[in-house]
Design a protein. Structure first.
Length: 278
């Protein structure tokens, strides 16, 4: 069987420049990353839209060291009820969609944001879903013309907050250019964490044909709230996730998230050992 194709979210590493980022990846023997340019190198990317030449440069530097950008992270607010904010978000995402191939990224990814600023119950309404549907539909049409795949990541406090809503979005858009980044911890709540096996199985059943990448992270419950912790330090059950990867999605891009040193090496060891024993 193929090995676990494990990578990491780049901005969870400790680095000062591109060379030290590559050095960190080689130190941990990781060969792919989720790369969010504005979070990794804000001086280069935060105040300006990158050129194709700059994207090509980063892609070449990574490629020369055997590193792949599995997900180009351009996380924007697709759901804002403020039309000006939403238009700015869509414009930014479209620009990075144009650069996805220059970065040599497999997909470009985002969550769906919030109707307001931060958490609000209004995210759980049909109105919020329809805003997201319109935004994602617009972006997917744009991506289709460029031959790029967009991957949406469901998250508990976002308008797409369950696997069933993610499945609905996929069915409503009906495009091979729309896929899902599945982060099981993003679907956990104080109400459902007691039955993780069911949650994981349900998410896989709902979305398996559309899953393009998987995030691996962990959580605990504190004061009746979900708190994210490094992989291996919480309550997440990885057996069924890794079994799904090994036998149904071999070599799918799987990335550590919210896991920093000194927890990276133990997390890699734990996940790899469990994967090999399944």
């Amino acid at each position: 069987m193929l090995p676990l194709n494990l990578g990491i979210r780049a901005h969870d590493l400790q680095f000062t420049d591109l060379n030290s980022l590559i050095g960190e990846l080689k130190h941990y023997h990781l060969h792919h990353i989720q790369f969010a340019p504005t979070k990794c190198f804000p001086d280069l990317f935060d105040q300006r839209m990158p050129t194709k030449g700059l994207a090509d440069y980063f892609a070449q530097q990574f490629n020369d060291q055997g590193i792949k950008i599995s997900i180009l992270g351009s996380y924007v607010n697709l759901a804002s009820s403020d039309l000006t904010v939403r238009k700015q978000a869509l414009t930014k995402f479209k620009k990075y969609t144009e650069l996805t191939k220059n970065f040599n990224a497999t997909v470009i990814g985002t969550e769906t944001g919030s109707v307001g600023q931060g958490y609000t119950d209004k995210n759980f309404t049909e109105e919020a879903y329809q805003i997201v549907l319109e935004s994602v539909g617009q972006l997917v049409t744009y991506a289709e013309d460029l031959g790029v795949t967009i991957a949406i990541e469901p998250g508990l406090n976002h308008p797409i907050y369950t696997s069933k809503l993610a499945k609905r979005l996929i069915q409503d858009i009906q495009s091979p250019n729309l896929k899902i980044i599945l982060d099981f911890a993003n679907l956990v709540s104080p109400d459902n964490y007691h039955d993780l096996d069911y949650l994981i199985t349900q998410a896989i059943d709902d979305l398996q044909d559309s899953i393009e990448a998987i995030h691996l992270k962990d959580f605990v419950i504190e004061n009746n709230r979900v708190k994210i912790v490094p992989v291996g330090q919480g309550l997440m059950k990885y057996h069924n996730i890794l079994k799904f990867i090994k036998y149904q999605k071999p070599f799918i891009y799987a990335s550590l998230e919210e896991t920093q040193a000194p927890f990276i090496e133990p997390a890699i060891k734990e996940l790899t050992n469990l994967y090999n024993c399944i």
